[in-house]
Structure formats: structure tokens, C-alpha cells
Design a protein around this ligand. Sequence first.
Ligand code: GUN
Ligand code: ZN
Length: 453
Amino acid sequence: MIDPRPTVRVLRGPLLRFLDDPGEDDRPAEGSVEYLEDAALWLEDGRVRAVGAYEALAPFLPEGIEVVDYTGKLMMPGFIDSHVHYVQLDILASYGRQLLDWLNDYTFPEECRFAKRAHGEAVAEAFLDEQLRAGTTTAQVFCTSHPQSVDAFFSAARRRGLRMLAGKVLMDRNAPATLTDSVASGVADSERLIADWHGKDRLGYSLTPRFAPTSTAAQLEATGGILRTAPDLHLQTHLAENAGEIAWVSELFPEERDYLAVYERFGLVGPTSTFAHGIHLDQAMRERLAGAGANIAFCPTSNLFLGSGLFDRLACREAGLATSLASDVGAGTDLCGFASLKAAYQVGQLLGQPLTAWQGFYRLTLGNARALRLDRHIGGLHLGQEADVVVLDPAATPLLARRTGRIGTTGGLDQARLGEWLFTLMMLGDDRSIFATWAGGECVHRREGVSRK
Ligand code: GUN
Ligand code: ZN
């Protein structure tokens, strides 16, 4: 029987969220960040009913309401991963190749396994377990070219009440026959999946042409046709990740002036488009992407792992081009947002543009929500928004406890100390620092050894 009572709870503890882009300076832009030392997050039916200082909200809380105490922890909006391949979970850490050989030697053989629905179901569950353990409550996800891999993923995400974007890979050439579709079947399968899943609960569909080398012009054209008639769909693909890839695109599409022009020609570059990597772009290309309102998914662990290159984040900012932050597992080495932050910081150091903790945590939360055009739903924990929360433990390991303890919290954290504290967490944190994860107002992960929510 369905319980007619609304699910109501209060999460109490320190809360950090972003109201705007904090910029690149050591100090966050005025009004861009809100930190409440002792907050109440009042959740009702999966959404935020109220948020504010606990003292101020306490008189209004219903009598007997369950209060989950996160004193000594830090609550933030759930983390977001703008680009990840769930189907590559089991080829993480595959040795010694760069992009095109890595695809042929490891990725395509692995993706063949998803012809079996049961395989997709098992991997989808394992992947979502890992994501929630890492505090990630929303992701934009590549499945394989098999529609059943998408059904498996969306079914699992829906059962867990998650906001997720995903799509079937479109790929009608330059891949094993068992993985390729055709223009007609790619369109038919995508349309069926859109009808079944797009807008269902918290799910959204992302059209997913893998990248220009594995789609014919006809397939890219057909994909653009779907997007034109349904602009609320997302689109995800790869762009300018690797030198060999770029040379191949210019052989395959000799009539186009550059790689981006291929996607532009078919109407694939728009405000809901995410281009993974975008490492090797010139400033004019960045400006064209910015003009269309698209975003580049910066995948630092993947870019380092495959030796693809150093992503120039600030050149994008200069062009007005939105960047999001992503794991890109399985080329990426870790599903956890902390790993992406750490690698992004190190890439930034090599380019003379170190990532501040403000900018880093903004990217994982509101920044990614904005880049993916999901910020009306998630990323800010505002009134009426969806209640996806990650609870961080600043003393998760003896070393973290030692390092954050040195900063101290006596008398409350002023902005400078909070910045140092966040940076410590960003550099030393990993999935052990994820104390709990909430999605849609429910606790969906609790770190092992934690008996209470
Ligand atoms: N380019 C085309 N497909 C892929 C993929 O699966 N991973 C990465 N990193 N790049 C790609
Ligand atoms: Zn990718």
C-alpha cells in the first residue's frame, strides 16, 4: 500500500552551496558562495521545503520531525559528472594506449558485451553504486549502441530516484560490425528510447553520436534532424581530444574547415550540447562553441591517462565558453569528483592556472548544473529544487583529520580558513570522504561503518 504521508526530514549541519560562479581569484566573487555553519535542510517529498540557519527554522519545523545530525560534516548539493561511460566501468585502468588504439583494443570489445541485457543490468547497478559512493547524484552518461544498454541504465537510475541523462551511442562506421547501427536503425532506436524514457521521473535523453569518425554524414544529419524537432533533448559527443583523431576527421570530412565545423554543419552545436575533451581547439573555435551556448566537458584524469593533452580552462573562460567537469570513465581513472578536482588542479598548475577550491566545488555542483542546463532542478538546493545532497567528512582518514584539524574551526570558519579547508579536502579527499549521499530526499548511500544516516 502507498503511504500517503509525505516523506519529511531535516538534515542539520554545516552547508556550503554556490549562488554564482566564484571566478578564478583566491577569494570567491562577492555573493557567489553561501556557507551556513549550522544549517537546516528541510526536505519534503524529494524536494527542498526550506533551507536556512537551524536556529531560524527550528520554530517552524513540524513536531516530531526526523532530524539527521551532520554536525562536524559538510553538506553540499550532490555532485554532477557531465561526461561518463557507464559501459566502460570494467575497462578502467587498461594499460598503455592512446585514444584510437585504446578504443580498438579495449573499448569496442568491451562494449560488445552489452548486447546482452542482463550484462547491462549488472553493470548499471555496479556503476550507480560506485557513483553514489562517490557522492555523484547526476551524470550525463554514454551507453553503447545497443538500445538494451540504455533500457538497463535508465531502469536502474529510475528505481533509485536519480536525475540522469543518458543515450544510445550512434555509430554506423569504423567500428566492429556487432557495434554498428545504421542511419535508419539509429534513428528508430533513439526515437523509441526517447518515447520510453525522456522526461520520465527525473530522466532525460541525450542524443549520443560517439564522435565524427564513427558516424557517416547521413547519420550526423539524421541526428541533427531529431534535435531540431526536440530542442529539449541533450546531445553528447567527443571533440578534438587527440592528434590522431583530429587528423582522421580531416581525412573523413575534407570539405570542412575544422573538426567543429562537422558538428556545426549538421546542427549538433547548441545550448544543450556537451563536447567531451575539446583540448586541441583554437580561440575562434572556442568562440563558436560559446556563441552556440554549448559546453566542453573537461576530463582531467582521462586527458592525462590517455596522454591526450592539457586542457586550457582559462582560454575557454576568455572565449565565454562554459566548461563542465567530468570523469570520462573508463578513460578517466576515477568516478570520484575529488579525483577530477585533484587532476584539474595539477593540469592547471602546468598551465599557470591553478584551480581554486571555490572554482572546483562550484564546477562539481552549480557550475555543472548550469553547463548542462539542469540548474532549475539541481545544483543549488534552493526552495522547491530536488533534494540531492552529498555529506562530506573532513576527518575521513587520520591524515585528513590531521590536516583539516590543523586549520581548526574554533570561532567558526572565516572565508580564508574555509577556502583552505576546502582545498585540503579537494586534494586529500576521495570516496572515503563521502559520508552519505542523498538523492530525491532519500539517503541512497551511507559510508561503511556509519551506523546512523
Ligand atoms: N572518443 C570516442 N569514443 C570515446 C570514448 O569512449 N572515450 C574517450 N575518452 N574518447 C572517445
Ligand atoms: Zn568519453
